[in-house]
Each structure stands twice: as C-alpha cells, then as structure tokens.
Ligand binder design. Sequence first.
Ligand code: MN
Length: 387
Amino acid sequence: MVNEIKKRTIAILGSTGSIGTQTLQVVEEHPDKFEVYAITANTRVNELIQQARKFMPEAVVIADESKYQQLKEALADLPIKVYGGYESICQIVESKPIDIVVTAMVGFSGLRPTINAIKAGKAIALANKETMVVAGEMINALAIEHRTPILPVDSEHSAIFQCLAGEMQNKVEKLILTASGGPFRTFTKEQLEHVTRQQALKHPNWSMGAKITIDSASMMNKGFEVMEAKWLFGVGAEDIEVVVHPQSVIHSMVQFADGAIKAQLGTPDMRLPIMYALTYPTRLTSSFERIDWNTLKELTFEKPNLELFPNLRHAYTALAEGGNIPCVVNAANEICVAAFLEERIKFTDMPKLIERAMEKATYILKPTLEDYLETDKEIREMVTTWI
Ligand code: MN
C-alpha cells in the first residue's frame, strides 16, 4: 500500500508562528492523517482563538498569562481545555494521547518543553533549533534513554535526513549545509554598517518569522544549523561545510566515504520538511508547488564570507569550546536580535557583542539543566547592560 500511515496525534508549540501555521496547513491538507491535540502560543491570542475554533484541539495554552482570560472567554462555548503560563506548556506536552510534539517556539523557551516531551516518550519534530544549539548533548542523551526520535524540520537538516535514508551502514565523510547568504551577501563592510531593520527582514527566498530572518541575514542561523547538524547526525564540526547557494534549491547534501554526494532539492516551502517529519518514513502526496526546470536557469555556489559575517565563525568556535559556550552565544544573540529589531543597536554590533559575551562568560564544561538556565539568565543580563 502506498502513502498509508496510522493517524498521528500532534501537539504544536508555537502554533501561531510561521512553522506553526504551516504545520496546520499540512494538517488541513491531510485531515485524515493527523489529530491536533494541543496548540500553544506565546502572546498572539487572537490567532490562537481562530486556530482553536477551526482545529478543535483538546487543549490550548497561552504563555502570556495576561491573555488567559480573553482566551478562556472566547472558547467558553467549546469543549476545549484552556491553560495559561509557560509552565502549562511544559506540562501539556506530557499528555498521554500525543504521539509527536512539533517544537516551533522561538529561542531558548523551547528547551524545557522539549526535555519534558522527550521524557514522556514523545517523538519530537524539531523546529526550535536553539534547543539543540544550547543543549544538544543533553537532548541526545535523553532521546536515547527514552528511545524517542528527533525528526528535523529545519529544511537543511531534513534534506540531510532524507539523503541518509537507506545509508545507515555507510560512512559519512562530510555534511554540506547550503546557505542562501541572506539579503546582504553581496554587501561591503561599509554598506553592512548601515543596513536597516526593514532590509534585514526581507529574506530573498524564504518567508519566516522575524527572529530567524534576522539570524539568516547575520549568518547566525547557519552557525546554529552547524551546531544542530553536529548533534542530530553525530558528525564532527570539522566535517560540516557551509556552502553559499543563493537560489536555495539544493537544501543540503551528504558526501559519503566513496566520494558520492547526495542532495535533496525542492522549492523553498517549509511545508515539505514539516510533512516529512510528521509522516517519516512515509511520503504523503502534496499539492505544493514543484520546481519548474524551464525557469530554473542556474544553481550557483560560493564560499561564505566570514569577514563580513563573523557569527558563522563564532558558531564553530563555540562548538570547539563546548560546555555552556553555545548557550552563551544563543543568549547573547537573542538579546542582540531583539535590540536590533527595536533599532537600539546596529546590525554589525551583533557579532561584536556575541564575541564579547563568549569572552566574558564563566565556562562550565559539563552543564546541567540548571547551569543552562543560569547561563542563559546571566548572559541576557550582561549583554543588556552593554546595549
Ligand atoms: Mn534552515
């Protein structure tokens, strides 16, 4: 039988964000394949109400407790359980009927719910890469202990995951992560000094949330993806190469010991990797746009410019230093991105502040969860005082 999967019950953390809404589009396209058990949002209560009325989940959570009353009243006529507060998100993922948790919230906030979901034996459709950036080693150990898969949603990692299908016995020589290079790829150092928030929010190929769009423009996103790839696929940082590929058609590649390279190609549509993570190893039929080989003229490649985008270098340094340093980079970056979006710092200040945070941080070789929470808090406070 082709395209048959057992119905999967899912929870979507961050359902009103870019990945969350696209996950719900996948559910809409295959209503017989998925049951939405829970949806959660940070602050966008109106969108959450609309989603709840449409998809009728068992439970809805809003992290922002000041919006809880509004949510509860708006859904009072429906048999939906309504909760408020971040702790409720950490708890809802443990609910028995859930098979897969889609972690699509922004930043460090994804860590604790993901840990709880793994401990409860849920499969993770990982869209929150910061979880792996901050605590990849710990997450891997937990996933092995609780025998639960971590399925990548990030397009590059989904591509690698797809290239690895059927290759488990074969030695991987190198992972090749492609990067669009972002909107400032061809800028000079001088031009980069003066880029605005609006310019940085315009990604050439992908439509995404604000935080990841800024991360893409600064190459921090690619640095995080190198870290994510290391932990997801067990490959050393020295065997992960970043290649700038401005068309974003090749989503990433795997080079094997015999020199053969497999690539996964597609249109830049996140619904494809979302659907693959939710239905792995089965591929469902989709109505999404196909590549048109008559209009696709060329695929080009170039080296990433580490002079212009030091964040990518910072990521490799953080991986080499290990311990809590990736957590430091993530915390500093979250503060920098927020400050840049509020137009309080320049685009080129971000990598400088991140580097300073890496120098000033107290190094912890084998961090516990408490150490990560403490490092995150300390670095946020420290970088805030510099801004
Ligand atoms: Mn990506």
